[in-house]
Design a protein around this ligand. Structure first.
Ligand code: IPE
Ligand code: IPE
Ligand code: MG
Length: 251
């Protein structure tokens, strides 16, 4: 990440979307292919994340959302969950100062209830420290599931209805958007999933209504700036119609 955006190398600025979301998948298969434990894949995945955050800032992307741990990932073996939680702790402890120095604003989406207290505290610390930064916004989807986010939104709406601050007839698409975990952020222009899987796995179901989906074969630990630029080039070739007839390309 740099404060002034570096010139965009291989990709045209028309291909730089405002909001890029990434499903970082394939850490386990990356490790298995090398005869390494899955945890090694996750550790190398953190390095790929650092590279990607830096590249996103340099390319002039406004918002980068990363899927780091899903609601359904709790069904993995306890040892793997411990490793993933350890990596999150280390990522925030070691990288937060750097992110802050680079003017990155950290936001977290997902369920906070029920998290280990020290992790919950670290998430708050990351958000508070970087609140006033106006460079790249890094949205970490942690303990996140899109259906659960919609259920949270419905509960918040129910509270607002009960308190009288929201009326039944005001419940429309925009209103629902306002009750999501990060209501002020634009929808992702593109969702990239690594590792060859072609599904959303409960990620941003509401916000992805008109997102372009780009699936790449690369396992997440191998992802880098060139892979990001490649995915953005593919995005740049898509014709976004939003249901209409007038073709609008790119962002
Ligand atoms: C992504 O890699 C990391 C998380 C889901 C936390 P995986 O751990 O899903 O790796 P694969 O899909 O088993 O290869
Ligand atoms: C999605 O990957 C969740 C994250 C990347 C955090 P998974 O590996 O959990 O998804 P499935 O189980 O293959 O659909
Ligand atoms: Mg996976």
């Amino acid at each position: 990440m740099s404060e002034a955006h570096a010139p965009i190398s291989a990709i045209a600025s028309a291909e730089v979307p405002r909001h890029v979301a990434i499903i970082m998948d394939g850490n386990g298969r990356w490790a298995a292919a090398r005869g390494l434990p899955r945890g090694e894949g996750h550790r190398r995945g953190v390095e790929a994340l650092r590279r990607t955050v830096r590249a996103a800032g340099e390319l002039g992307i406004d918002v980068l959302t990363i899927f780091s741990f899903s609601t359904e990932n709790w069904s993995r073996p306890a040892t793997e969950i411990r490793e993933l939680m350890g990596l999150l702790r280390r990522f925030i402890r070691h990288d937060l100062a750097d992110l802050h120095r680079n003017n990155v604003r950290v936001r977290i989406i997902g369920e906070r209830e029920g998290l280990e207290p020290d992790i919950a505290r670290l998430l708050v610390e990351a958000e508070e420290l970087t609140r006033a930064n106006n460079g790249l916004t890094l949205v970490v989807a942690f303990n996140y599931g899109a259906r659960q986010e919609l259920a949270r939104a419905a509960r918040r709406m129910a509270d607002a209805l009960a308190q009288g601050s929201l009326k039944r007839d005001e419940v429309d698409v925009e209103t629902i958007g306002r009750f999501l975990d990060a209501p002020d952020l634009p929808d992702p222009d593109v969702i990239i999933r690594t590792s060859g899987e072609q599904r959303l796995s409960n990620f941003l179901l509401w916000q992805s209504a008109y997102s372009e989906l780009v699936f790449v074969q690369t396992y997440w630990p191998d992802f880098d700036r060139a892979a990001l630029e490649g995915a953005l080039q593919e995005y740049g070739q898509r014709v976004r119609r939003f249901g209409g007839l007038v073709a609008r390309t790119g962002s």
